[in-house]
Design a protein around this ligand. Structure first.
Ligand code: SF4
Length: 312
């Protein structure tokens, strides 16, 4: 593929901003909402300690106060971003914990409030692939007919050894089935991948990318491993001081992931997503703006673009 055949604005990858402007004619801003869920990996169903990297906030530390009704959460979250975003189109993002892990009646109430809000253009729901049963699927299908529904699945890696290390609690086939049933209903799937887990080298991360190229997914979040305070990963790090990625390694690995990624897959994230106050390592990643600028410069200097190395 030549560079001339692919172009995503100023970026060398299919960025979320580019995708949103193309599809909705404008940038949409994400509002982190909170449905007050828990997770089978935390409530004792599968485990009590969660995934090894998961913070007390259930990997959704910026989410709104769950005791408020959803419409109020939306209005509060809008006020919080009104100094940096001047538009009026938003994504209702349910990020914390497992957002399909509640009775369907509860989910219907929460998601319907969000999707019916006039300023909400997309409903984005982070969940686990083992928490999408027929009833939930039918609800998501119904909502997807009102406005686009995106389902975010935290796969992190395709490797069994890593899945055991992070205590993910489901097999790869469960992920495959979830993608397949969601796609049958035309629901877009975004997959989370963690780069820099101590069980993996660059080749393992690239295996995950190449595998995802074969799956019917529409988006990806490439997330640098953040070691957050008060997690089991933090305790392990304090005991063992296992190596974490340097910025140089991260640029190189992420560059390779982008080069190998199918060009139509939208890149929703290229950095970590933990709050600075909880970040233990790698400390360089706290300056997100700098990391993203370095990433653009690295891709340009090395003439890398999304799909450059992608083979069907
Ligand atoms: S599945 Fe998500 S919310 Fe549950 S423990 Fe793992 S990272 Fe945390």
């Amino acid at each position: 593929m030549s560079r001339q055949t692919v172009y995503w604005g100023e970026k060398r990858y299919h960025s979320l901003d580019y995708y949103l402007k193309n599809r909705f004619g404008q940038k949409l801003y994400k509002l982190s909402l909170n449905g007050g869920m828990t997770c089978p990996n935390r409530d004792g169903t599968l485990g009590t300690r969660g995934c090894i990297f998961c913070s007390q906030g259930g990997s959704g530390d910026f989410a709104a106060n769950p005791s408020l009704p959803i419409t109020e959460q939306i209005d509060t979250a809008k006020k919080q971003v009104d100094k940096k975003y001047f538009g009026s189109a938003y994504i209702a993002y349910f990020q914390a914990y497992t957002n399909t892990y509640a009775p369907c009646k509860t989910l219907r109430k929460i998601f319907t409030s969000a999707i019916n809000h006039p300023d909400i253009h997309v409903l984005s729901v982070a969940t686990r692939p083992d928490c999408i049963d027929d009833e939930v699927l039918s609800l998501l299908d119904e909502l997807n007919r009102i406005k686009p529904v995106w389902i975010e699945l935290g796969l992190q890696s395709i490797h069994e050894r890593t899945a055991r290390f992070i205590r993910r609690g489901y097999d790869l086939t469960v992920f495959e089935n979830a993608v397949s049933i969601l796609r049958k209903h035309g629901i877009e799937v975004i997959t989370h991948v963690i780069l820099g887990l101590p069980t993996e080298e660059e080749r393992h991360m690239l295996d995950t990318i190449r595998y995802l190229n074969t799956m019917d997914i529409q988006g990806i979040k490439l997330q640098l491993l953040h070691i957050l305070k008060n997690t089991d990963l933090a305790s392990l790090y304090e005991q063992q001081r296992f190596p974490v990625l340097s910025m140089e390694d991260y640029l190189k690995i992420t560059g390779q992931c982008i080069a190998n990624l199918r060009p139509d897959i939208v890149v929703h994230r290229l950095t970590g997503d933990g709050p600075r106050s909880l970040l233990l390592a790698p400390s360089w990643s706290s300056d997100k703006r700098r990391v993203l600028n370095q990433m653009q410069a690295y891709l340009k200097q090395n003439d890398i673009w999304q799909g450059k190395e992608f083979k069907k």
